[in-house]
Design a binder for this molecule. Structure first.
Ligand code: AMP
Length: 395
């Protein structure tokens, strides 16, 4: 795959798929500019190589033109992050976009209106792809968050650029991080899977059993395993339809020499809330009327040992209901262990939804090796799928 710095960008117009799907408040102001900051290295690289940038993104899930979701609202936030003036085209294709793209000079930035104002974007329409492609000489995809979608701007457009297409810096970082865990990770390799349900992580577990030496299963997922093995889980979250399956998984893990680590104790309460009575219980003997919402102290001690021994660590999913302050301890402690192991030389990747929210909330984001920017895209990568947005850059 070609990278940005391998492209000839002098006097070239680069159309870049960025992920500017940022949160806006009621006054339509950007409340978190992380995704804009993440796109900056690629944009800077194009400008400093003598090119110009045509930025395209979606924002939200509009059905047709929706003024609240216009990318016009984010212009000032983009200008602030990039330290650069941004020209805006009222539509992603059509006369305004064409004339502004044609007039674009090296060093300039044009931002196109929300791609999803056209239903053709998500439908993968060839005509829309051709119209977007006609604006530029070079195509760069830097939107990991949508790389699992076969949309026009992430996939279909690439075919119009022959060799003149490249992977952006952010997307490249994500690919490198995933490969470091799934392909080239130094042993012992550890995956920590938490979150609420086994059913949503089945394909990931199946895929990573071939790649890891240790697997910690925590959070709500653990109770289905515990019940399947004959434990009493009280009112804890448990998927009755998956008992058989979890036993099969444990067998598979054994056959592949993967050590599975389940919690042995939990912090339980009588209601799914923050403020009811709490007790530490053996995970196999949770009393009727009680449910486990966090990992207990002996489990955390065990997990600490495994994390500190590991050289490659993947973390997806919290160890408890971290949204409730009284049940966030396990997730926070796990973050501390991973940070410690990272300082000692391990490579750590945090990816997929809630664990990313947790590392940010509890201040571990800069203490791990890499925090993924894509929820669904990261999960699909961990499932072993080739993302269409990445495949299109290789074709
Ligand atoms: P997921 O989206 O599957 O990664 O699950 C994340 C959610 O799992 C978070 O919102 C947590 O609150 C929830 N979770 C973690 N542990 C438990 C538990 N023991 N009981 C119920 N929900 C949990």
């Amino acid at each position: 795959m070609t990278t940005v710095n391998q492209l000839d960008l002098k006097n070239k117009k680069a159309i870049i798929r960025v992920d500017f799907n940022v949160p806006l408040n009621d006054a339509h102001q950007v409340t978190d500019n992380t995704r804009i900051v993440a796109a900056k290295p690629t944009i800077d690289a194009v400008l400093s190589a003598g090119g110009s940038c045509i930025l395209m993104s979606h924002l939200g899930r509009p059905k047709g033109v929706t003024p609240e979701l216009s990318l016009q609202h984010i212009i000032s936030a983009v200008e602030e992050v990039l330290g650069h003036k941004v020209i805006f085209a009222q539509d992603s294709i059509g006369e305004d976009a064409q004339s502004k793209a044609a007039a674009l000079k090296p060093g300039e930035i044009l931002l196109l209106e929300n791609l999803r104002f056209h239903a053709e974007e998500t439908a993968g329409d060839e005509g829309f792809a051709k119209a977007l492609a006609s604006l530029a000489d070079v195509y760069i995809n830097d939107a990991f968050g949508t790389a699992h979608r076969a949309h026009v701007s992430t996939t279909i457009i690439a075919q119009y650029f022959d060799q003149n297409k490249a992977v952006g810096n952010l997307l490249e970082q994500e690919i490198i991080a995933i490969d470091k865990v799934l392909k080239t990770g130094e042993k012992p390799v550890l995956a920590i899977l938490g979150g609420s349900k086994v059913s949503s992580k089945i394909t990931i577990i199946e895929n990573i059993l071939d790649k890891v030496d240790h697997l910690i299963i925590g959070g709500g997922m653990a109770y289905t395993f515990v019940k399947a093995k004959g434990g009493k889980v009280g009112n804890s979250i448990c998927e009755g339809d998956y008992l058989e399956y979890t036993l099969e998984l444990l067998e598979k893990a054994k056959a592949k020499n993967v050590q599975i680590h389940l919690p042995v104790d939990v912090i339980a309460t009588t209601d799914f809330s923050n403020d009811k009575e709490r007790k530490t219980m053996n995970i196999n003997e949770i009393e009727d009327g009680w449910e486990g919402l966090d990992a207990g102290p002996i489990s955390l001690q065990n997990f600490e040992n495994v994390v500190l021994e590991s050289k490659t660590i993947l973390w997806n999913g919290p160890l408890g209901v971290f949204e409730f302050s009284n049940f966030a301890n396990g997730t926070i402690k796990l973050g501390t262990f991973i940070a410690q192991s990272t300082t000692a030389g391990a490579f750590s990747l945090v990816g997929g939804g809630d664990s990313v929210a947790a590392v940010k909330q509890f201040g571990f984001a800069d203490k791990v090796s890499y925090v993924s920017t894509g929820g669904g895209a990261m999960l699909e990568s961990l499932e072993g799928k080739i993302l269409p947005g990445i495949a299109a850059l290789k074709a």
